[in-house]
Design a protein around this ligand. Structure first.
Ligand code: MLT
Length: 408
């Protein structure tokens, strides 16, 4: 008899975004003429810029010739990409990293979801609430989360509420935490963490021998010079943090796929017997066993992001999205909404009016304005009463969506 992994039966309903798609599909089947504007999932809409397209054409041509054809590449990524990552994303900010501390992959969803696999099941996991659902769901799948309490939380996970009162940066947990997921700029609240706030977390992790899994997928959207782009800008962080980066939102790669994870050599974990072990070779072992490398074409495209032309073109696209974010902030503020985020991040987090639940607001917005957003409660119990709008739509759609908001 085949036994199922019963941890999967503990997962709550479907994954958030498929559930939203299901509701939108039901609505459009009933209202085929409705012109629905989607500001739900954070999926980019601008086409890839010329420098990236040219690099992909070149890569395709290389694949067509015997002397430049590529088969399996290094699982950790080609040097031409890891060298560009180190020079542009880290050395430029005073952070030195070695090539073998970078692991190129096909996405940060997979990396943030997979990383927990190499950590013991008896670690206590702490997450912000609201939170990107992948961190919680993958720990549920692994059997680390305990049981569902019926009120939106798992019994063995430490939830750290993020509210307007703490500017959506959680206080240190009272409970012991071994693995701490942090995401800044934040998905879903659009909040950022200052150097002082990240230092508080790094100091906590060092003191408690805890590991920070730092998701920096949205760092390219930071406009304030004082906000750190990498956790490694904080002294001591290399001993206690893994960082996840993605080309998805930064450079429009949601359909192309390329990301990377940084696992510094200084980072240590412990066996049950108290023996100190380097984490980097363990992730390397896992990566090489389960992954055959991101495609050569995606990596050539990613390397083009770091060329002079690529940087300028990517910046223009980011500016389009951040101008959308400013439009959303301004329009909703004028309409009297309580609005957060959208300044250093491509997400706007708004308080639902009239004490509506997040899903009530979702249904109301969909039926009256034909606009799709993401219910805050889908990101955790503390997201109830909030709603997320993504700034990744086209400027025309964003402007139209804001007009329609006036109707509801
Ligand atoms: C989101 O909308 O939260 C993101 O697009 C999801 C993701 O990056 O997987």
């Amino acid at each position: 008899m085949i036994k199922v992994n019963e941890n999967y039966l503990l997962l709550q309903s479907g994954y958030l975004f498929p559930e939203i798609s299901r509701r939108v599909r039901a609505f459009t089947e009933k209202n085929p003429l409705a012109k629905v504007i989607r500001l739900g999932i954070g999926d980019v809409t601008e086409p890839l810029p010329p420098a990236i397209i040219d690099a992909m054409h070149k890569a395709v041509d290389n694949m067509a010739k015997r002397d430049s054809f590529k088969g399996y590449g290094p699982e950790q990524g080609y040097d031409f990409l890891t060298d560009a990552i180190i020079a542009n994303d880290f050395a430029s900010r005073g952070v030195s990293l070695a090539t073998d501390e970078i692991f190129v992959s096909d996405g940060s969803k997979c990396d943030t979801g997979n990383f927990q696999e190499i950590l013991g099941l008896d670690n206590v996991v702490a997450v912000a609430d609201p939170v990107y659902p992948v961190y919680v769901d993958t720990n549920v799948m692994a059997g680390r989360a305990g049981n569902f309490d019926g009120k939106g939380r798992f019994t063995n996970i430490v939830y750290m509420p993020c509210t307007p009162d703490n500017n959506f940066v959680p206080a240190l947990p009272k409970e012991k935490a071994d693995i701490i997921y942090l995401c800044y700029p934040n998905n879903p609240t659009g909040a950022v963490a200052t150097k002082e706030q990240l230092k508080m977390w790094v100091d906590y992790a060092l003191k408690n021998k805890a590991l920070i899994l730092f998701d920096a997928a949205y760092e390219a959207f930071i406009s304030d010079d004082n906000i750190p782009h990498s956790i490694y800008e904080i002294p001591g962080a290399k001993e206690t943090a893994v960082e996840f980066r993605s080309f998805s939102k930064t450079a429009g790669f949601t359909g192309l796929r390329c990301a990377y994870t940084v696992v510094p050599k200084e980072l240590k974990v412990w066996t049950k017997a108290g023996k100190e072990i380097e984490l980097n070779p363990i992730w390397n072992r896992r990566h090489c066993t389960k992954f055959n490398g991101a495609s050569y074409i995606s990596q050539m495209a990613a390397a083009a992001v770091y060329t002079n032309e690529g940087k300028k073109q990517v910046r223009k696209i980011i500016d389009i999205y951040m101008s959308n974010a400013a439009t959303i902030r301004k329009s909703l503020t004028t309409l009297g909404y309580e609005v957060y985020g959208g300044i250093n991040a491509p997400y706007i987090w708004l308080k639902t009016p009239k004490k509506m639940t997040s899903w009530e607001f979702f249904d109301n917005l969909l039926s009256k304005a034909n606009v799709v957003g993401t219910p805050g409660s889908g990101f955790g119990a503390a997201g109830e009463g909030f709603f997320r709008l993504s700034a990744f739509g086209s400027p025309a759609n964003v402007a139209e969506a804001m007009e329609r908001f006036k109707k509801i």
